[in-house]
Structures are given as structure tokens and as C-alpha cells.
Design a protein around this ligand. Structure first.
Ligand SMILES: [Zn+2]
Length: 160
């Protein structure tokens, strides 16, 4: 479990004033989260999350709010029985990135693999091994690029 389960548009707390990127879903009905929820309404959300916990805040992570107070990452629980195979979804999204149909993605992590988005230091949408301490076998991670034209772009993702 990486992230505190917070779905509110705006939150005040000891982590300060923050919100989730509109593209990823500021609420459970919007953005990428809304599409995933519509595709699998009864899916398990145990590993879902947006803002990071204490261990995230001590290191650089897109689960921490950026300078504008926006969290540019979401985790989506792997629950194939409940209708959401997070790793198949990650394959689908990486292919969209590879075909230059999805400029918002910064990177995707899924099942010991990572794929970067367009404009990063690696070929866009191509998987390479991920050796971080969390193998991301129970969820996939999606980060969006850190400028508002990308992270707050509410265009449909095309998953549903
Ligand atoms: Zn994550």
C-alpha cells in the first residue's frame, strides 16, 4: 500500500492544500479514475491512491503535491477478478503513448516494468525493467507530465 486513499477535489490537512490532477480524476467519477471505475464498478480499490504517505514525502515522488499543490500520480489496484487487470490496462496505455495518442503520460509502472511518456529520456511507451523496492504487482502507477496543459487536460482517455 503506497498511498493514502483520498478522493476529494481539494483537501486541507497536515500535508497542506492540495488537489489531484484533473486528467487523472479529481473525483471518483472524473478523468482516468472515472473511466476505470465505470469499466469495473465493483473492482477492488485497496491499492488505489493519489497523495503519498510519509515515506513518499521523504523522497521525490509524483504522489507528492507539486509546487502548484497538484498531485500528478494515481495508483490503480490490480483486480482482474473484479474486472480491472491493471497490467493489461498498463499495456494498453503504453501502446497509446507509443503511438503518440497520449501526450499526458509522464511514466507508467506495472508488474516490474516502467514505460516513459513522450518527451522524457527514454523511448516513449516502451517497457523496460523496473527495479524499485515496490514491484507494482498489486497496482499500476500512472504519472502525468508536470505542466497544467497536460495534467489538467480533461480529454477522455479512451479506456471506456
Ligand atoms: Zn504510485
Amino acid at each position: 500500500m503506497n498511498c493514502i486513499k483520498q478522493m476529494n477535489v481539494r483537501n486541507k490537512g497536515k500535508r497542506g492544500d492540495w488537489r489531484v490532477a484533473i486528467s487523472l480524476g479529481a473525483t471518483t467519477r472524473d478523468g482516468l479514475l472515472g473511466e476505470i471505475n465505470r469499466s469495473a464498478p465493483k473492482r477492488n480499490k485497496e491499492d488505489d491512491g493519489s497523495i503519498g504517505d510519509a515515506s513518499h514525502s521523504s523522497r521525490t515522488s509524483d504522489h507528492n503535491p507539486n509546487k502548484a499543490g497538484v498531485v500528478c500520480a494515481r495508483d490503480f489496484t490490480h483486480d482482474p477478478v473484479g474486472g480491472f487487470n491493471a497490467h493489461s490496462f498498463a499495456d494498453w496505455l503504453a501502446k497509446r503513448v507509443q503511438n503518440f495518442k497520449e501526450p499526458r503520460v509522464k511514466y507508467i509502472i506495472s508488474n516490474r516494468r516502467i514505460a516513459s511518456g513522450v518527451g522524457q529520456n527514454y523511448p516513449a511507451g516502451v517497457w523496460r525493467p523496473y527495479t524499485g523496492s515496490n514491484p507494482h504487482t498489486h497496482h499500476c502507477h500512472v504519472s502525468v507530465r508536470s505542466t497544467p496543459q497536460y495534467y489538467d487536460d480533461d480529454a477522455p482517455w479512451g479506456w471506456v
